[in-house]
Design a protein around this ligand. Structure first.
Ligand code: SF4
Ligand code: SF4
Length: 425
């Protein structure tokens, strides 16, 4: 693989797929079948080898360690203390070590939070909305709800000043409650960084024209698009610059002429590997299977596997298998056909399947086009994109406050109407 200046990212799963919850839509629990009889615990020797190899492989001023699962806190706090001391041992002068931890939060306590704060961890915590929406699918092994336990963990993170973001899945239960979910996360949780991840669980039933179905928990493309549009409308009027929604940030980067900094929308895959508890390295979190195992890091070096021909093929397959619809699409610059895992809608005589979420993406990108153009123009003029809020706010006389939008330009609110007939009226 061509070595890029951004190098590669690795998500480490020190306890493999083992988790203390049993969220119904989890795609990773079934991976226990790959490792029968395993203890599912990363050894100290492997942790040390990985730490040394990752630092050696990255010639950047910052080396990022990303801990995931399953549930990584099941390794216990001492594992992470050791991880930090190894980072110090192998770190080079002037190279900063960063750590992120994706967790369900259930095991966090004061001691954990003091450690996370002291060591500067960024914590990602999973929360699907207010109690009823969260508890619809996020349950423990006994089927009990988890909302109270997650909220307790968030309160602890806040008490200790630990930086955190919230990862919310968009699923069949919460997809029609977009505003309720957003306002809850913003006002009651006080989460400054939000990610909205669509649940798409493919089920091949053998029924229907192409035999493709999705689970009842999955969103439709149109539903996901409507969810994002609703939240965008709320965000763009009052929260720009104070609430950060990953897909909005990524979109603004693309509208500003930069690469979308999220693998889903990048031109190619291959920059987000997965290291299992026993050293097996895989191409991607969504392709942890024997066909996409690159090798074991105790036998070959991490960088040799990360830059291998096999990973190169995995990375370029995303662009190579772009559907004809994507190739013609006006939003290809931001979308790039989305994640290959969701490309399973076959069209007759088309060699490459289309993305199941495409309807939603097209709706969303069309909806945000005008406001994104406005914010990108502000950025390029070295003004804050948050100026859009003033542009959309009516003045006391009912007129838009900012005159920088041409009367005949599309209104930045995304209706598609001319500014003079919309917020400029
Ligand atoms: S397959 Fe999907 S999740 Fe994996 S790297 Fe590609 S876009 Fe990202
Ligand atoms: S919006 Fe649809 S057609 Fe356009 S690039 Fe994305 S998946 Fe392809």
């Amino acid at each position: 693989m061509q070595k890029s200046s951004s190098s590669f990212q690795v998500m480490v799963k020190p306890r493999g797929p083992i988790c203390n919850l049993a969220c119904e839509y989890c795609y990773f629990r079934s991976k226990v079948e790959l490792y029968e009889d395993s203890s599912f615990r990363m050894s100290d020797a492997l942790l040390e080898q990985y730490t040394r190899d990752l630092i050696k492989a990255q010639d950047l001023p910052e080396v990022s360690f990303a801990w995931q699962g399953g549930e990584p806190t099941l390794m216990g706090l001492d594992f992470f203390r050791r991880a930090r001391s190894l980072q110090e041992k192998y770190g080079r002068p002037g190279v900063r070590m960063t750590n992120s931890l994706q967790t369900n939060g259930v095991l966090l306590d004061d001691e954990w939070c003091r450690f996370l704060k002291r060591e500067g961890f960024l914590v990602g915590i999973s929360l699907d909305g207010p109690r009823a929406l969260h508890d619809a699918y996020r349950v423990d092994g006994a089927g009990r709800p988890t909302f109270s336990r997650v909220m307790r963990a968030i309160a602890l993170l806040q008490k200790h000043g630990v930086e955190f973001n919230v990862l919310t899945t968009v699923n069949a239960e919460n997809v029609e409650h977009a505003l309720e979910v957003y306002e809850f996360l913003r006002d009651q949780v006080g989460a400054p960084f939000l990610q909205f991840i669509p649940i798409v669980e493919r089920r091949d039933t053998g029924e229907g024209a192409d035999g493709i179905r999705v689970s009842e928990r999955s969103v439709t493309g149109a539903g996901y698009g409507a969810f994002l549009n609703t939240i965008f409308d709320a965000w763009v009027r009052r929260d720009v610059g104070r609430v950060f929604v990953q897909i909005f940030d990524v979109s603004l980067a693309a509208w500003s002429g930069h690469n979308p900094g999220l693998c889903t929308f990048a031109e190619r895959c291959g920059n987000a590997l997965v290291l299992e508890h026993n050293g097996d390295l895989y191409s991607c979190d969504h392709f942890v299977d024997p066909d996409n195992m690159l090798g074991n890091t105790s036998q070959e070096s991490l960088s040799a596997l990360a830059w291998s021909e096999q990973q190169e093929r995995f990375g370029s397959a995303k662009a190579d298998a772009l559907s004809a619809k994507c190739q013609r699409c006006q939003y290809r610059f931001v979308c790039n056909g989305g994640c290959p895992k969701n490309r399973f809608v076959a069209e007759t005589e088309e060699p490459h399947a289309e993305n199941y979420l495409c309807d939603g993406y097209q709706s969303f990108f069309g909806h945000i086009d005008a406001p994104m153009r406005f914010m990108a123009a502000e950025l390029s003029a070295k003004r804050p994109p948050a100026n859009i809020m003033a542009a959309l706010a009516p003045s006391a006389k009912g007129q838009a406050a900012t005159p920088r939008i041409g009367r005949n330009e599309a209104c930045p609110c995304g209706t598609g109407r001319k500014y003079k007939r919309c917020h400029g009226a």
